[in-house]
Design a protein around this ligand. Structure first.
Ligand code: ATP
Length: 352
């Protein structure tokens, strides 16, 4: 591990200029006798660092290069060019040593033994990682409690529901107390109860045990509830590295002032720049205004002109921000000075 200059926690994942190009052979004649070479640039010149104890969300549309980026620091894929260090190790060359320090969950694939009862799968993991008996017992007790595994510990994995299987996979990934865990779509296909169980397990493990977590997901609620920092990749390039609030701010989108009046009236009239009534429902009215503007002048104007009973502000929905991100061009650079809560690494590619 290397201590970064301006941080107090060590950097545990370093990815520097990582590029991964896959070579695909495509048939160009009907019988497939002639094939042409096609270079797929899955990841292009990606650099980032993650400090111990961070929980980082990794976002991007289908085919953006998320899984490929995750597979390089795990040691499953070797970068075409670039340099990686994880927990002080070279993932491609020291894969076995690294395996003891990391845990991996791929939501679409299970690492459990299909025909064995869940508990036996955990026993095998214990042997593979040589987890001392007392630590194994303490960890398993904690996971059984947090993830409510008790009712299906004796059930063969193949008979588990998706949510039960995911809780089993999470347990298997964390049983050996890894310092770093990579999760690829851990809540995919789960119902709300299982999603909540998975999220609170991850939050508690990160908070109480300082486990560094990298989370790839298409579920924006995962990001919103768990990750302060997000990395966004598109077409293999890192487009954003910073906190969620900064991403929201840079991509704009409107905030909403929700005003309750004593009774139904026509849409309120306001002169605050960028503000307008977008919805009226009985005594309640919704006024949108730019995410970058302060709400204070609008609130003052509405309160001075109308007998306001109650008001509240709604931030732009994260889904809208992400959709805008995927459908727009490069992420604009900061429009206002960064706030004290901004992540120090917040940056957009190409930012001066
Ligand atoms: N083994 C491989 N051989 C050839 N091309 C590959 C291979 N693995 C990935 N690719 C290609 O690299 C690109 C990035 O794929 P990757 O799986 O990293 O995307 P992703 O962001 O994880 O997508 P998704 O959200 O759909 O899982 C895609 O164009 C994919 O087809």
């Amino acid at each position: 591990m290397t201590a970064d200059e301006d941080g107090d926690r060590p950097v545990v994942i370093e990815v520097e200029g990582a590029t991964k190009t896959f070579v695909q052979r495509r048939r160009v004649t009907r019988r497939g006798l002639r094939r042409e070479r096609l270079d797929v640039h899955a990841v292009r010149d990606v650099s980032f660092t993650v400090r111990a104890g961070e929980m980082v969300g990794y976002l991007g549309p289908n085919g953006a290069g998320k899984s490929t980026t995750i597979k390089m620091p795990i040691g499953i894929l070797t970068p075409t060019t670039g340099r990686l260090r994880v927990a002080g190790l070279d993932p491609a060359r020291q894969r076995l040593a690294l395996a003891r320090r990391i845990g991996v969950v791929f939501g679409q694939r299970s690492t459990l033994w299909w025909d064995l009862p869940l508990r036996d799968s955990f026993e095998l993991v214990r042997h593979l990682y040589r987890v001392p008996a007392d630590r194994y017992r303490a960890n398993l007790d904690r996971f059984v409690d947090l993830l409510d595994l008790g009712p299906f510990l004796a059930t063969p994995v193949r008979q588990l529901s998706l949510g039960q299987r995911m809780r089993g996979d999470l347990t298997a990934a964390f049983l050996h107390d890894p310092a770093i865990v990579y999760l690829d779509e851990p809540t995919i296909g789960l119902d709300v109860v299982s999603k909540a169980a998975v999220r609170s397990f991850l939050a508690e493990t990160n908070r109480e045990h300082g486990t560094t977590i990298m989370l790839t997901t298409h579920d924006t609620a995962d990001i919103e509830q768990l990750c302060r920092r997000v990395l966004v990749i598109d077409h293999g390039r890192l487009g954003f590295d910073g906190d969620l609030a900064t991403l929201r701010d840079r991509l704009g989108g409107d905030r909403m002032l929700i005003v309750d009046l004593p009774g139904p009236v026509p849409p309120v009239s306001v002169t605050t720049p960028g503000a307008r009534v977008v919805r009226v429902d009985g005594p309640r009215q919704w006024l949108s205004f730019p995410a970058t503007a302060s709400a204070a002048p609008l609130i003052a104007e509405v309160a001075a002109r109308y007998p306001v009973v109650d008001l509240s502000i709604r931030e732009p929905a994260i889904e809208d921000v992400i959709t805008r991100l995927y459908t727009s061009g490069p992420i604009p650079t900061a429009r206002q000075p960064t706030t004290p809560t901004d992540h120090s690494n917040a940056s957009a590619v190409g930012e001066p």
